[in-house]
Design a protein around this ligand. Sequence first.
Ligand code: NAD
Ligand code: MG
Length: 380
Amino acid sequence: MTKNISVLGSTGSIGVQTLDVAKMHGIKVSALTANRSIDLLEKQAREFEPEMVAVLDHDSAKRLKIALSDTSIAVYSGEEGIKEAARCAQADTAVNAIVGVAGLMPTLEAIASGKNLALANKETLVAGGKVVREAINKTGIKLYPVDSEHSAIFQCLQGCPENSLKKVILTASGGAFFGRTKEQLRNVALKDALKHPNWSMGQKITIDSATMMNKGLEVIEASWLFGVPDEQIDVLIHRESIIHSMIQLKDNSVIAQLGVPDMRIPIQYALTYPERLESPVKELDLSEIASLSFAKPDYDTFECLAVCRKALRLGGLYPTVANAANEAAVALFMQGRIGFLQIPEYVGNAVAQFSGSSDDFGLEDILNADKETRAKILDM
Ligand code: NAD
Ligand code: MG
């Protein structure tokens, strides 16, 4: 079981819940990081007394350094500072709860310094799955999924012999706009896209859920985590978010993991594996829920999901490009500069226009493809 963690992205939705779990089970916290919001970071630092904190924004880091000058906590800044926190010597596990591809370099840093990884930051695997796998193979660290669907699959796989897996079945809530037609999506507002039916999460992933890009990213994430190709990954709409995902074995037996939607279960399992400890999460009462529903996803309306599957089949840098285009498009949508349906349009066009089919690529190529794709969209 994990004894000492660094929490990268500690001020976000996953970060805060990770600290909850750490507090409950007496897991020491050695490093905390944030983008720029330092008030919460300062509060967390005073409560958890880590060795170090890091803030991406240099000015905010300076202010935090002054605020924490009565403590012995070291304050680092910039991308280098976040990497410093990722390799923090005291931690045995890095929890990566950063949003977006910004989490890739800290992930690689944590792996290179021999830490196990509890990974919420799915964009790390989507954009850089190949180099992350190569780095893990070199160091032999353990990778524990935090994303609820992938944690569910990981939980279902416990005790199954290797090679017994036939397919994984990722469940999807369908997001804020399930059942709508394209026409009905044309003029949806940001505030509507930010209303998730079951989960309270950061803004980017909530919008990704509304476009179903989130499920597309998760298909690619599942492929890297469990070594399954696109054809062996089903997506099933399940509005209630009670079944967090399932596996189907070679004998057609299906195993599912259920629970009330609360990220503290998958976060805790990633930190306490293989132990099952007490949790503040509510018990699941299926008689109260009464019925669970299922449906096929609508690939025509929610094109991001189809584009991600295509990118996965094409391989190489295509998933990197799909992810970068989405990050840029979501940023523009949040600034009110483009409409909701332009998100899938930009992602689709970026993948259609990209040509770089080679499987022989490395970290530099990933970072370049990410940067170029983003720049094209943001400069439009
Ligand atoms: P969030 O926006 O609430 O928090 C993001 C955190 O990352 C914050 O601490 C922020 O300060 C930091 N951050 C933002 N940009 C950064 C940058 N450029 N460099 C360094 N740090 C930066 O996001 P979240 O909802 O907690 O999601 C975090 C990750 O976990 C995402 O990849 C998301 O897809 C994944 N995830 C989240 C949930 C959930 O319930 N929130 C569930 C499954 C997976
Ligand atoms: Mg998920």
